[in-house]
Design a protein around this ligand. Structure first.
Ligand code: UTP
Length: 270
């Protein structure tokens, strides 16, 4: 069973400056809830019981959001607003937090989760990649992990001219929408090996930490998760699952606005 998740949220958010000087992009609102709340709900829906969030110095708003607010609860209770209480109750999942002192790459952020993960498989959810579909496609990924017992990485079909912005896989299709991976090429400028790009959902095992540690010893500095995945793929089996659902990259303004519109419509319908 996969019941642990790591959410790396310690990046600088440079694409969304200047607001990210003061407000983490993971706290951008969608229907009065921050994006990261949707990500946590997605994890819970997929059966996750323990979540580790990787933070940095100016991101304590994320911890506050998932904590109880006793003063606010008291205020609502004593001002005939107790019907609002259910909206502020923290999600029923265990939270842990680790600080990444400097944004030295997604790989380093994930590496900080080694003690948390132990020998258990775990999900990595990038909090700026949002899917509003229910049930979340992560449920299918977890089923595939349970079948293969090897890492499963979320993929999406991307237009050729945009592939240079992503990690792009090569591999063999073994069932509809499922690939056995051969390699990942990071941001290919020419000749992308396929039209399938790595998306922000990964189911990993503790072997990723050995790969990250090996890379750190070799290169120092920034640690990229894709590089560690490549090391892993050379040594062991790994699979990719192609999402068919619509995803929003909330770091991109136009996609963030589209996500807001879609969530607003969905909210009106319920
Ligand atoms: P991104 O590259 O999308 O986020 O990383 P960023 O670095 O914050 O934003 P830009 O590129 O400067 O605009 C994907 C996720 O990985 C986390 C980020 O917080 C984001 O949620 N991350 C990235 C870390 O936790 N630590 C890092 O060192 C880098």
């Amino acid at each position: 069973m996969v019941f642990k998740a790591i959410i790396p949220a310690a990046g600088y958010g440079t694409r969304n400056l200047p607001i990210t000087k003061a407000i983490p992009k993971e706290m951008f609102p969608i229907n009065s809830r921050p994006v990261i709340d949707y990500i946590v709900q997605e994890a819970i829906h997929a059966g996750i019981k323990e979540i580790l969030i990787i933070l940095s110095r100016n991101k304590t708003a994320i911890m506050d959001y998932f904590d109880r607010s006793i003063e606010l609860e008291w205020f609502l209770n004593t001002h005939q607003k107790s019907n609002m209480l259910k909206g502020i109750v923290p999600p029923k999942v265990s939270f842990q937090y680790v600080r990444q002192p400097q944004a030295l790459g997604l790989g380093q952020a994930v590496q900080l989760g080694q003690t948390f993960a132990g020998d258990d498989p775990f999900v990595v959810l990038l909090p700026d990649q949002l899917c509003l579909k229910q049930p979340p496609p992560l449920c299918k990924m977890i089923k595939l992990y349970e079948q293969f017992k090897h890492p499963v990485i979320g993929l999406q079909t991307v237009e050729r001219e945009l592939l240079q912005n992503y990690g792009v896989i090569s591999g063999k299709q073994i069932q509809a929408g499922v690939y056995r991976l051969d390699s990942i090429v990071e941001k290919p400028q020419i000749n992308p090996p396929s039209h399938l790009a790595v998306m922000g959902r990964y189911i990993l095992t503790s072997k990723i930490f050995a790969a990250l540690n090996q890379l750190k010893a070799e290169n120092g500095g920034e640690l990229q998760l894709t590089d560690a995945l490549n090391v892993l793929i050379q040594q062991d089996e790994a699979y990719g699952y192609v999402f068919k659902e619509k995803w929003y990259d909330t770091s991109i303004e136009s996609e963030y606005i589209n996500a807001q519109r879609c969530a607003y419509k969905m909210n009106k319908q319920t």
